[in-house]
Ligand binder design. Sequence first.
Ligand SMILES: Cc1ncc(COP(=O)(O)O)c(C=O)c1O
Length: 380
Amino acid sequence: MIYLDQAATSFPKPSEVIEAVGQALRNTPGSPGRSAHQGALAASHIIFEAREKIASFIGAEDSTQVIFTSGATESLNLVIMGLLNPGDRVIATHVEHNSVARPLEYLRKTREVKVVYAPCNEEGLVELETLERLIKEHKPRLLCVNLVSNVTGAIQPLAEILKIKGKSLVLVDAAQAVGHIPVDVTRWDIDFLAFSGHKGVFGPPGVGVLYIKPGRESELSPIKLGGTGSRSESLEAPEFLPDRFEPGTPNLCGIAGLSAGIDFIEETSLMKIHRHTTALADLFLEKIKDHPKIKIYGPKERIKAIPIVSINIEGLSPSEVALRLDKEFQVAVRPGLHCAPLAHKAIGTFPQGTVRFSFGYFNRVSEVEKAAEALLKIAA
Ligand SMILES: Cc1ncc(COP(=O)(O)O)c(C=O)c1O
């Protein structure tokens, strides 16, 4: 199979990741932070090391600000549900994933939170002037920014957005960004950043990260409560990080795998990964761009996108195209709305969606050539 669904989850995983998951499962007899025997200490050490590594990878000064979650969805929910009170105002972009839009819509109904979506152009990029006007008009408590679109790969101009954010707190959905472009939470001076472990950073599914800027934790109420192995005499959640937002036994194997994924990126170099995957997307685009029946979406200047290419073939539905790619050519892609209906409304592909090709470090040139040939045959 030619796997071009890397934006859904990266595949294959580096052997180091698989080994780290197995090691954690095989050789770590204990629950981190729970007991004081050697096995539990070894488990705690895996988590400590992973936290330090991730903090350094995303530019966080203090690793306790790195919270492990079950994925970007939980990280985003932790902020949205934990921060917003009745009457609060939020501005989000028109390319948000449902893991932002659904919690926001839920709060619109249940807590009378006011939600405004800032428009994006046909390329999926936010209209800065309108965003600035909306921020001045609504003075939102929270600004949600989808840093990289899972539909078009569009990279939002975060630096420009941060200049006009006013007093709002900023939550960055970096699910499709981390592992593709450099991320630096301290230089950007953002309040919250969420990402999954199983996409660009090569970890297993079921693990994710929320970065919280120092001091912002006091503005968030926990959305999950339970045992932390710390301050057990109290029936209240500890105030300190990371324990406040990490109740329950952590996903040791997932965290160990994520940690090995970060090592893999550091050893390979983010730049090398970026160059390879970008070259694959460029090659694919070069091969299909002149076909009269193929429409390509997303930023025209490819420097403004990560290696995701969304297309449609005139006269065929996205699911028909994806089905034929799978059955006739063994090419795996994702059709439809990609859990981001707002983004499809922005680029004019709602409700049918698009066919999304997403490229990863382990894809080869020959695979991309075959996928392009297959698409051209279907379009012929
Ligand atoms: C932009 C974006 N945000 C959030 C998510 C949610 O990630 P997860 O399903 O790993 O929690 C995804 C997943 O596809 C995504 O693409």
